[in-house]
Design a protein around this ligand. Sequence first.
Ligand code: ADP
Length: 406
Amino acid sequence: MNDPILVINCGSSSIKYALVPVGADEPRLSGIVERLGGHDARLTARDQRGKELTLELPRANHASALKTIFETLGGQRPIAIGHRVVHGGERFTDATLLDDAVIRTVRQMINLAPLHNPANLDGITVARRLFTDLPQVAVFDTAFHQTLPDYAYRYAVPAEWYDKHAIRRYGFHGTSHAYIAERLANVSANGRGGWVIAHLGNGCSATAVHAGKSLDTSMGLTPLEGLVMGTRCGDVDPGLPHHLAQRFGWSMEHIERLFNQKSGLLGLSELSNDMRELEHAEAQGHQGAKLAIEVFCYRLAKSIASLSCALPSFDGVAFTGGIGENSATIRARTLAYLGNADLTLSTSANQQLPRGSEGRIDAGQGRELWVIPTDEEGRIAAETRRLLEDLKRRDEVSAKIIEDLS
Ligand code: ADP
């Protein structure tokens, strides 16, 4: 069980991967294959010593890319493969060993995550065909949020929609929120208490966690609900799609595309979905960038305050993801709206925290404020390893019972 786990995150046109050793802090090999199917598909990787590798893979598909990924592992054989799967519905509350029956169930959930699950399944199918001797495990983004109480996960719509069609709030980014909750338990004296965790990357979500369990989260049936994101609008009036359809004659597919791909920071700023670029543009006087950043921070602050309602005790806030880990400005501007919530920032600690490192940034009185770099690959590998160890223990117990009986 000391060999590494290969973690695969398969999208429709990219495969991200990492070879994760047992020690969470040990350096790891990681890479990405982008633009799958295109003439300019390419693999970029970095090994444990930081050496970079680039390979042109014209017209590579999922199968040929996965084969190449294996070849570039340099003879280091993984003990298993952990696959990221976006939607596990209500069926999967934990990491699950992939077999034909599990794959059939994940396939049935495509209607809940039409943008994500098909690509995840493509990766799983090809990897199982190529690496028949390796156990393969699915780790679901939704699983961590299966502890939400019904009053948090139900929409106020006809009950039949939930009873017959599983329409409810699910939540996403579960591996990241679970990882941060676990880190908080290690680094803070209040770590098992109540926290709001803000994962701010291209997709953004906030989660209320108490005693290591998710109690509420900002994303819903799909990853479109909640916070303002790079290109996604987050919460809007549910009447807006109908209004747009009537006014402009747009189809629902078109409106959904606009909400997912042309909204959020990009839509508001009419400039970019990239927070770094927006901060730079705002400094140069770009009004659209200024407004986009302010809406982002205000909406995040409102979400943090409302999620605190889910917590029996409110011990603090943790920031993670590309924006949460790296932008002192976004953290400060969000917290400026939360003065009434006893969340007081230390301006110097916030500004001086080195980019990408873990640290506390509150002023010392009131609730704690943390910045914690996320590690979704590490968490997927840890869950895969834990499942395999549980299965091995179970096999050993069964073997012992059979031996005792015979
Ligand atoms: P993903 O959700 O795709 O994993 P990341 O977690 O890498 O994305 O987050 C990407 C976001 O983080 C982008 O908006 C990027 O501009 C932002 N980001 C990264 N570094 C900085 C920085 N130094 N300052 C502000 N934003 C940053």
